[in-house]
Design a protein around this ligand. Structure first.
Ligand SMILES: *Cc1c(COP(=O)(O)O)cnc(C)c1O
Length: 217
């Protein structure tokens, strides 16, 4: 598969859902991919990327930005509080705001620098014990607390449980966003981004369908 094909499938899914062309942002998830594959997608003109690890992103993106110009970078992996400063300097958006200590740290950093990345609250819609994210019944309170800290929230993010139908999770996330007055919905990956777009996704995070399988070896 390729960037062109994924872009075409996103456009078709927007049309099928009666949504405006261009209303969905494609985040090309480049974690762990060989640099040549990332360069190829940059050469094809794409400028929105997602990374999971602060260290890895900090090691490759300053150079890529020097060579290719402005690139919007989205942090989509779990964020340790002690890496928040590096993350805020590097990323344009953070999709994994999921606990009070991180919210407080981000609020302090944002105040000091006078700007803040776009923020998404991660919700553990499947209530999986091992997974990050606030539980659905804690989401309203956490969103309220983030706003009280002055954090500008853009939306919500979820990663549905593996091997389950994603659609009920997308619907749950859309509901939670709507009742909290949030318009951003970061949901949908290689296997389910069209269903996510049908459910209102504004940001889809697609890795392997663009770059090929990841080799963690
Ligand atoms: C790796 C990752 C993706 C991309 O997954 P693919 O199945 O390769 O598209 C999307 N979202 C998050 C949070 C990820 O960690």
């Amino acid at each position: 598969m390729s960037l062109t094909e994924i872009t075409a499938r996103i456009a078709a899914a927007e049309r099928a859902a009666g949504r405006q062309a261009g209303s969905v942002t494609l985040i090309a998830v480049s974690k762990v991919q060989p640099i040549e594959r990332v360069e190829a997608v940059l050469e094809a003109g794409h400028r929105v990327f997602g990374e999971n690890y602060v260290q890895e992103a900090a090691g490759k993106w300053p150079d890529l930005r020097d060579r290719f110009g402005p690139v919007a970078l989205h942090m989509i992996g779990p964020l340790q509080t002690n890496k928040a400063k590096v993350a805020v300097d590097l990323f344009d958006a953070i999709h994994t705001l999921d606990r009070p200590s991180l919210a407080e740290k981000l609020a302090r950093l944002a105040e000091a620098r006078g700007s803040c990345p776009e923020l998404f609250v991660q919700v553990n819609t499947g209530e999986e014990p091992q997974k990050a994210g606030v539980l659905p019944h804690d989401a309203d309170g956490f969103i309220r607390d983030c706003r009280a800290l002055g954090l500008p929230l853009s939306g919500l993010m979820c990663i549905p449980p593996e091997g389950e139908d994603s659609r009920p999770h997308f619907a749950k996330l859309a509901d939670l966003a709507k009742r909290n007055g949030l318009t951003g919905l970061s949901m949908g990956m290689s296997g389910d981004f069209e269903a996510a777009i049908a459910a209102g996704a504004t940001h889809v995070r697609v890795g392997s369908a663009i770059f090929g399988a990841r080799d963690y070896g």
